[in-house]
Every structure is written in structure tokens, then in C-alpha cells.
Write a protein that binds this ligand. Structure first.
Ligand SMILES: [Zn+2]
Length: 197
């Protein structure tokens, strides 16, 4: 019996007389042809579309903000609104004003929590915001909590998401107890409702 290698060698040594027609290798494209990439591209496109959709509909998942008070009625949304006259305000005023945050209904002294972890960069009193706290988060984001009855953290303190930072109130330019909540990014104001779950 011949060794296996010898048998293999014989097969390749076929001659025209044996009916074997050798095909030049450049015409053999079965192996050389690259795999069609259509499927992979479609999957990639689909994933990109899904990602974009997620970003549009639920940015909270992406950025991680949570409700600073128990989810409740938005008594005044972000954006242009008729000028809000508060007690004691006299004289001429514009017809409308831009509301840089949203007002969330809450009860007096209801806990206000950090919407996301970060560092308190402002804890003070302002004629408009009343008792106000600003927390700086990673990536140029910051959140503001206004009209607090009490501030429970000082500037410089690091807080984790959900940490108690103050109590709801109506200090500053406010017509009643509510939390004025802002989300800012690099100097721009964003509608918080799109960032909350
Ligand atoms: Zn407000």
C-alpha cells in the first residue's frame, strides 16, 4: 500500500489524457472572493439608529439624572411664559419671561435630593432663587435647586446621587411652595423634563 502522501501526489499529477483540465488559479475565485459585508453594515446601521432613538427618547438613561423630589406635577414648565408677578413686585415688567428651569410641586419641607452625584459649588441666597443650591456633575453638567426653605449642604461638599441637600420652600421670587429645578450644560439651559426618567 502506498503512503497517503504519494496518493495525494498522484491525484495532482493528472494529465490531459486522463480527462483532467487544470484551471489557472487566478480564475478560481470561490475562496478568494471576500465575504459580502451587507449584513454587517445593516446591523451596524440598525444599532446606530436604535442608539439615536434611545438618546432622543430617554436621555435619562444616558446621562443619569433622577427626580430631585418625588415625581409630581410640573406647575410651570421650562421655556417662555407670561411674566410671573410675585407679591411686593411693583412697576413695569415685560409681558413674558424665559423660565430657565421647571417648577415641580412639593410640600413645605419635603426632602430635596441631588439629581445626580457631584460637588456642591453654590449654596446661598439669591433675590430670585431664594435659598439655592447648585451641584456640578461630570462632563460640564450642573443642576440648580431653588426656593428651598432650608439648605442642608455647603459649597465644596461632594454628594452622591439621591443625597439629601435641602427642603422644599418658597423663598425668593416664588408664589408658593415648589422646587425650581434647572439642568445646565456648559452655560446652556436644558429642559429638565427630557432628562428625567
Ligand atoms: Zn421656576
Amino acid at each position: 500500500m502506498l503512503p497517503a502522501i504519494a496518493l495525494e501526489g498522484n491525484a495532482h499529477r493528472a494529465t490531459p489524457s486522463s480527462g483532467f483540465v487544470p484551471i489557472p488559479m487566478e480564475h478560481v475565485d470561490v475562496v478568494a472572493r471576500p465575504k459580502p459585508k451587507v449584513k454587517r453594515v445593516l446591523v451596524r446601521r440598525h444599532r446606530a439608529a436604535a442608539k439615536a432613538e434611545r438618546a432622543r427618547s430617554t436621555p435619562a438613561l444616558r446621562i443619569g439624572f433622577s427626580w430631585p423630589v418625588t415625581k409630581a406635577e410640573i406647575t410651570s414648565p421650562f421655556g417662555w411664559r407670561p411674566f410671573v408677578v410675585t407679591p411686593g413686585e411693583t412697576g413695569p415688567h415685560p409681558a413674558r419671561e424665559f423660565h430657565h428651569g421647571m417648577d415641580i410641586a412639593c410640600a413645605l419641607n419635603q426632602p430635596v435630593r441631588a439629581s445626580k452625584g457631584g460637588r456642591v459649588i453654590l449654596s446661598g441666597v439669591n433675590p430670585d432663587y431664594g435659598n439655592v443650591i447648585v451641584i456640578q456633575h461630570a462632563g460640564g453638567w450642573s443642576t440648580l435647586y431653588g426656593h428651598l426653605n432650608k439648605r442642608l449642604v455647603n459649597a465644596g461638599k461632594r454628594v452622591s446621587a439621591g443625597a439629601l441637600i435641602g427642603l422644599c420652600g418658597s423663598t425668593g421670587r416664588a408664589n408658593g411652595v415648589h422646587l425650581h429645578f434647572e439642568i445646565r450644560h456648559l452655560g446652556s439651559f436644558y429642559n429638565p423634563i427630557y432628562f428625567l426618567p
